[in-house]
Design a protein around this ligand. Structure first.
Ligand code: PGA
Length: 253
């Protein structure tokens, strides 16, 4: 019922030239793939090029962040209308690296999510606990709080395209992937919290991606869990062969 979504988060890697070289290798490797959606989140400087180069293919592209206002004196920011104007269809919101290094708060994530839904950009809202919080037994509390804040004031009727990514901070870029059971349990907590805010139909149709050290050899066991509907992949998405292998392995079973 929930079509898997396999997404590449390129973070601050790849110039436009390198992004296009990746696509020249990657697109033929996945051109017959129909069992999941594929998305790439390149840097802002590559985004327009990637959108143009993926038109008419089974790959779509999105921004790694955006502001919630349409315009204003906010140096360095990109607005939802600017993303729309280059045919961008997706946006990542509240990635832990944005929360840590750009001081994005839960309230800002909420404003951005409302703006994304208003502009019909498909949002991927990232949540996840730090190692410290997990070790203190606070994983559930953190996830419920982040979801409650992100969804504050949002109505179930507008949730159509909402995607959540569970990315435990301790698993991002560290090589220590969550076990499939740990991830499944966290996804179930997230889905219950979404159901409490937006209703069960919305929650049961919503995709929850796992992110944090996903690799070609661990994606299948993660995807075998009932609550895991896809992956958000950082490091292992930077090489075309490795990301194509993840796309294939995710739904091979
Ligand atoms: P990683 O990053 O796959 O390199 O751990 C995931 C992410 O930050 O989205």
């Amino acid at each position: 019922m929930r079509k898997p979504l396999i997404a590449a988060n390129w973070k601050m890697y790849k110039t436009p030239k390198e992004s296009l070289a990746f696509l020249r290798e990657f697109l033929p490797l996945v051109k017959d793939h129909t069992t999941s959606e594929i998305a790439i989140f390149p840097t802002m400087s590559s985004l327009g090029y990637v959108i143009e180069a993926t038109k008419g293919t089974n790959v779509t592209a999105g921004a790694q962040t955006m502001h919630w206002l349409n315009e204003g004196p906010y140096t360095g920011q990109t607005s939802p209308t600017m993303l729309e104007s280059i045919d961008c269809t997706r946006v990542l919101l509240g990635h832990s690296e944005r929360r840590i290094y750009a001081h994005e708060t839960d309230d800002m994530v909420n404003l951005k999510l409302k703006a994304a839904l208003d502009h019909e950009l498909i949002p991927v809202v990232c949540v996840g606990e730090t190692l410290d919080k997990r070790q203190s037994g606070l994983t559930e509390a953190v996830l419920r709080w982040q979801i409650a804040c992100a969804l504050n004031g949002i109505k179930g009727a507008s949730c159509g395209n909402l995607v959540i990514a569970y990315e435990p901070v301790w698993a991002i870029g560290t090589g220590s992937v969550a076990t499939p059971e740990q991830a499944n349990e966290a996804h179930a907590i997230i889905r219950r919290e979404v159901a409490a805010h937006l209703g069960s139909p919305c929650a049961s149709g919503m995709r929850i991606l796992y992110g944090g050290s996903v690799k070609p050899d661990n994606v299948a066991s993660l995807m075998s869990q009932p609550e895991i509907d896809g992956a958000l992949v950082g490091g292992a998405s930077l090489q075309a062969k490795s990301f194509a292998e993840i796309v294939r392995n995710a739904t091979a079973a």
